[in-house]
Design a protein around this ligand. Structure first.
Ligand code: SF4
Length: 257
């Protein structure tokens, strides 16, 4: 399967490896990726420069989400989770906090058992409005792909200033109300070796995990085609070995290989 963009504001439901029956919400443009990262493994592919970018507006998101959730509830197949993901970084949306509040209200009214998840690369968590919103959702899932700035630059290509130390400090402020998510992979990017599974990488990452003290950790690897064609999956056995080391710190860790 090749990389692809989500074609609609509300997508799915899909059976997620990590979240169960998941109804997706895409706050980002339908014709391009809009993200503060440009990860070499991104399932949306590379961003296309020069394309006009527009967020999906709050009222449209609210209306379409309500319609879809009503349909699913009437069909007796409510989603396990409503997941904010899509074609980029959801927390960049200027109305992110208000959209989360709308979603909480719709969820409480129509399907109170459904959880709300946000998949985020954590680049916006120092914004107070984003932080407040993430504190209200059930699953605040934040990415940290390496403890080393250089590796983050290589794997995630942050578009602005980024530092692991600042990200870890901002994550600590959630006081455990977060899940840490890490993509493990190896290969090369434009001839440069990429590998966040080396003993040095894993050791330093575990120190970050311990410092952040999230409620849960999710480790996973490539599942589909990636924009960089020279990347490899990490075996499930390796992911499980990493997960055991997280669990030895007293933190549950799930594996998706
Ligand atoms: S943070 Fe997510 S959406 Fe953004 S480039 Fe990385 S994988 Fe793609």
């Amino acid at each position: 399967m090749s990389t692809s963009l989500y074609q609609s504001v509300i997508f799915g439901p899909v059976h997620s490896r990590r979240l169960g029956l998941s109804l997706g919400v895409n706050l980002l443009p339908l014709d391009n990726k809009l993200c503060s990262f440009e990860c070499i493994y991104c399932e949306c592919g590379w961003s296309t420069p020069g394309v006009h970018l527009r967020y999906n507006d709050r009222d449209t998101v609210h209306r379409l989400l309500r319609e879809k959730l009503e349909q699913m509830v009437v069909a007796a197949t409510p989603p396990d989770v409503i997941t904010f993901a899509g074609n980029g970084e959801p927390t960049m949306h200027p109305d992110f906090e208000a959209i989360i509040d709308d979603t909480l209200r719709v969820r409480d009214e129509l399907s109170p058992k459904t959880k709300i998840s946000v998949l985020s690369n954590a680049t916006m968590i120092d914004r107070e409005s984003v932080r407040r919103a993430l504190l209200r959702v059930d699953h605040n899932i934040l990415k940290l792909d390496s403890a080393f700035d250089r590796t983050v630059q290589l794997i995630d290509h942050p578009r602005g200033a980024y530092s692991v130390a600042a990200t870890v400090a901002a994550m600590k402020r959630f006081e455990g109300h977060m899940t840490l998510q890490t993509m493990f992979l190896r290969g090369s990017y434009r001839g440069e070796l990429v590998d966040n599974t080396t003993p040095e990488e894993v050791e330093a990452w575990l120190k970050c995990v311990q410092e952040i003290a999230p409620r849960q950790v999710m480790v996973y690897t490539i599942d589909r085609d990636t924009p960089d064609p020279d990347l490899e999956k990490v075996s499930v056995e390796e992911l499980r070995a990493i997960a055991r080391r997280v669990e030895a710190l007293g933190i549950p860790c799930s594996v998706a290989g």
